[in-house]
Structures are given as C-alpha cells and as structure tokens.
Ligand binder design. Structure first.
Ligand SMILES: O=P(O)(O)O[C@@H]1C[C@H](O)[C@@H](CO)O1
Ligand SMILES: Nc1nc2[nH]cnc2c(=O)[nH]1
Length: 320
C-alpha cells in the first residue's frame, strides 16, 4: 500500500506547504499526469501486475457501471484488489467493484478494470486515467472502454449499444485534460491528434458480430459526450448537447481514450444505453435518470455485452 495517503484519499492535505513538491499529492499538483504519476511510478505498478500475474496482457478492458461481469468471464484469472496495488486509487461508486482481473479471454491475454475512477469522485482526470498508462506499460495494445450512458438520440432505446466513433469532450471545453501539465514524451507527443481515435476496423467488426448475434437493430454508431457529473443533465443541457451532435451522455471514458491515444493504443469503446434522456419538459418522475435504473439495465444486458466483447477479442486473436 502506498505510504502517501494522497493515493487513497483524493482530497490530500490541503494547506500543507511541506507537500508542495510531492509529485503524487493531487491537491497540491492538481492535474499534471506526469507529475502526479511519473513514468517510474507507472512502471512500478505495471511490474507489480505483470510479475504478480505472470501475464503480459495485450488487451485492456474498462468495465462501465454495472458491467463488471465483463471481467468475470476471464479465464485463469488473477485478481488484484485496487487497495493492494501500490499507488492505486480506490473505487467509491456502487457497481464498480475495485478489482483488476488479469487472465485470458478467447486465447488473448487481457487485463480488466472492474471499476473505474470518475472526476466526480474527487479524482483529477490524470488520476482517473492513470490505469490506462499502467496498461500500456504492461504491454496492452488495445483498449476496450465501456460505459453506461443516457441516450439523447431519440432513435436509441434503453438496452441498445452505441459503438463510439467520436466524442465531445465537455471537460476539455472547460480547460481540463488528463494530459495537462508537463508532457513526458516516453508516453506520447505534446499535441496528440484525436481524429480517428476510435478504431474503424474494430467498429466494423463489431457491427458484423452484432449481425451474427442477431442484435444489429440494437446497435448504433454514435457520438458520446463526457460531463463532470455527478448530477445528471438538465433539459437545457441535453438540448444543447443534442444540437452539438451528441447521441449519448455519460461521466467517463473520454479522458481514458485521450490517454490511450496519446500513448498510441488502439481504442474500441461502447456505451450501453441505460436510460433515455428526454429533451422535453415534463413532470413525470419516469423521466428522471437514477443510478439504480442504470445498474439494473446494465445487469440485464451484461450477457450481450460480454458476448460482443468476447467475439471481438476472438477476431483480434484470429488476425494476430
Ligand atoms: O462508469 P460509467 O461511465 O459506466 O458510469 C456511469 C456514469 C456514472 O458513474 C454513473 C451514473 O449512473 O454511470
Ligand atoms: N451524464 C450521464 N451519465 C449517465 N450514465 C448513465 N446514464 C447517464 C445519463 O443520463 N447522464
């Protein structure tokens, strides 16, 4: 366990001047990824996982809210509780177990985060997406990021899956990035491009797989937007997002994708639509999003999500 309480306590020790130069104190050094988690610290975490599991994973999976079962299908699993991994944050959200599962899926070496870190938990974005860099130094080439999201596109139904082909980074519009601060070129360039972030081949393969699974009418390709949370959106915000071309809205994934693309990982991401976001004013309680509904829908659809992920990993394995 890390001796610096900042790693488990997102608030740190405000006002403690002696900690100003502590690179891992998230209160004093707000968001600079390379300062919060220098390369050497990420390397130590990666070594801990690779040595502890005896596996060098090729595919990294991040399980969205209620989608932890994506990690339950991993074979020969070696499980690391987050609190036992040196310098790792802890999960604080229901539906995010807080375990890293390393093993094999469809013959591929994989590592899966059963629980991710969100900005609204009080973690800076650099900390939220730090595990993606750990994945990279473990050997991961492909990031599979999943999330639960509200459907703004009126054609989307609860339980549908939206394959992400682009995003609108609302936190970025507000000047917040996981890459803020000094750049460490060992991870990637100062100014990474984000066009084509979502791997087109993997999207096309997922569409083909959805046909084989007979769920193609529940599959969409669309644009996700990440907001800070933890509040769900107002009607006016939803209307604005829709005008911007957003199809689904959530509170995660985008900063993970940015970090993955910065270090040149191939990205596949999807949103499970757990609730419909009505953009009309109404008094109906049914129109209000809530986390219980999000979790219940995710539980109902976990089988389809697991099959999609497994089949796509099998395709990647076939090509390698
Ligand atoms: O981790 P994800 O993005 O799947 O979780 C979503 C966003 C919030 O954490 C939560 C809201 O219900 O679900
Ligand atoms: N921001 C946001 N996140 C979600 N996660 C699941 N549903 C929603 C939603 O409607 N809005």
């Amino acid at each position: 366990m890390c001796s610096r309480d900042c790693c488990s306590n997102p608030r740190g020790k405000a006002g403690d001047k002696s900690a100003i130069n502590d690179p891992a104190d998230s209160t004093i050094v707000p968001t600079a990824q390379s300062q919060l988690y220098p390369y050497e610290v990420i390397q130590e975490i990666a070594d801990f996982i690779v040595k502890g599991s005896g596996i060098r994973p090729k595919i990294g999976i991040i399980c969205g809210s209620g989608l932890g079962s994506l990690a339950d299908i991993i074979q020969d699993a070696k499980v690391f509780e987050y609190e036992k991994i040196p310098n790792f944050p802890v999960s604080t959200v229901e539906g995010h177990a807080g375990r890293l599962v390393v093993g094999t899926l469809e013959g591929a070496n994989v590592m899966a985060m059963q629980g991710r870190f969100h900005f609204y938990e009080g973690y800076p974005l650099a900390k939220c997406s730090m595990p993606v860099r750990v994945m990279k130094l473990c050997g991961v080439e492909y990031l599979f990021a999943t999330n639960a999201a509200g459907g703004i596109n009126p054609k989307y139904a609860v339980g549908d899956i939206m394959l992400m082909h682009d995003h609108v980074n609302m936190l970025g519009f507000a000047g917040n990035s996981p890459l803020q601060g000094p750049n460490d070129p060992r991870f990637g360039p100062r100014f990474p491009a984000l066009v084509n972030s979502y791997n087109r081949d993997l999207i096309n393969k997922a569409i083909e797989i959805s046909k084989i699974m007979g769920i193609e009418s529940n599959i969409h390709v669309g644009v996700y937007s990440c907001l800070g949370g933890p509040t769900y959106e107002t009607i006016a915000e939803l209307k604005a997002l829709r005008m911007m071309g957003v199809d689904a809205v959530g509170m995660s994934t985008v900063h993970e994708v940015i970090t993955a693309r910065h270090c040149d990982m191939k990205v596949f991401a999807f949103s499970l639509i757990t609730n419909k976001c009505s953009i009309e004013y109404s008094d109906k309680k049914d129109d209000e999003a809530n986390h219980e509904e999000v979790m219940a829908v995710a539980k109902n659809r976990q089988k389809a999500c697991c099959e999609l992920v497994s089949r796509l990993i099998a395709e990647i394995q076939k090509g390698s």
